[in-house]
Design a protein around this ligand. Structure first.
Ligand code: IMP
Length: 191
């Protein structure tokens, strides 16, 4: 099978991430397949380090080109918390917990970051980062998307949270879309 025909695997158990990434990549005629591959998740303050360890772990026992993505919400007034620990914080205190922690905060500035890692067997892994700046809303708004979407208002938007946007609208602004578009442009000119 030539590399051109090879199916790219997106290793994730998060169906929302899969929908967002596959929707974006289809704009570039790149198709991916979801596989919930269990993998090592190291603890680190850096999404890049986590994504790199993850892709090496997954790629090491997969014959196909593989993508993994690591992301998080970074709140300025909390020193970047929850950052790489976003998934744990979401599962424990959730969006409501974040709103409570933010009650006395001077600034509501925050950003979402995404790091997409790609490994084509036999080659070095590559990282594609994406960031979106915004602020934490004062209440939950919207029920679309996942995770902290109902409390994040992107600066380049119209004042709505990601949770109030369709996936297409979120995909025009999100951290993940920036990472994925970088990857897509690289992939189309280098595969
Ligand atoms: P992980 O990348 O699987 O470690 O998870 C990152 C966590 O950050 C998710 O569980 C969400 O809580 C949060 N997160 C990352 N990206 C987004 C997003 O696009 N919307 C809302 N929450 C997100």
């Amino acid at each position: 099978m030539s590399q051109l025909d090879e199916q790219v695997i997106f290793a994730t158990g998060n169906v929302h991430k899969y929908r967002e990434v596959s929707g974006l990549l289809s704009e570039y005629n790149i198709t991916i397949e979801q596989e919930d591959i269990k993998r090592l998740e190291i603890q680190s303050d850096s999404l890049e380090e986590i994504a790199m360890a993850s892709i090496k772990n997954v790629g090491g026992h997969h014959g196909s080109p593989v993508l993994v993505e690591d992301s998080g919400l970074f709140i300025d007034s909390l020193g970047g918390f929850p950052g790489p620990y976003s998934s744990y914080v979401y599962r424990t205190i959730g969006s409501i917990g974040i709103l409570q922690v933010m009650k006395e905060a001077d600034s509501r500035d925050a950003s979402f970051k995404s790091v997409l890692a790609y490994l084509n067997p036999g080659n070095e892994p590559l990282l594609f980062p994406g960031v979106v700046s915004g602020r934490i809303s004062t209440s939950l708004s919207g029920s679309r998307g996942f995770g902290f979407d109902p409390i994040f208002v992107p600066n380049e938007g119209d004042g709505r949270t990601f949770g109030e946007m369709t996936m297409q609208e979120k995909n025009r602004l999100s951290h993940r879309s920036k990472a994925v578009r970088r990857f897509a442009l690289w992939y189309l000119s280098n595969r």
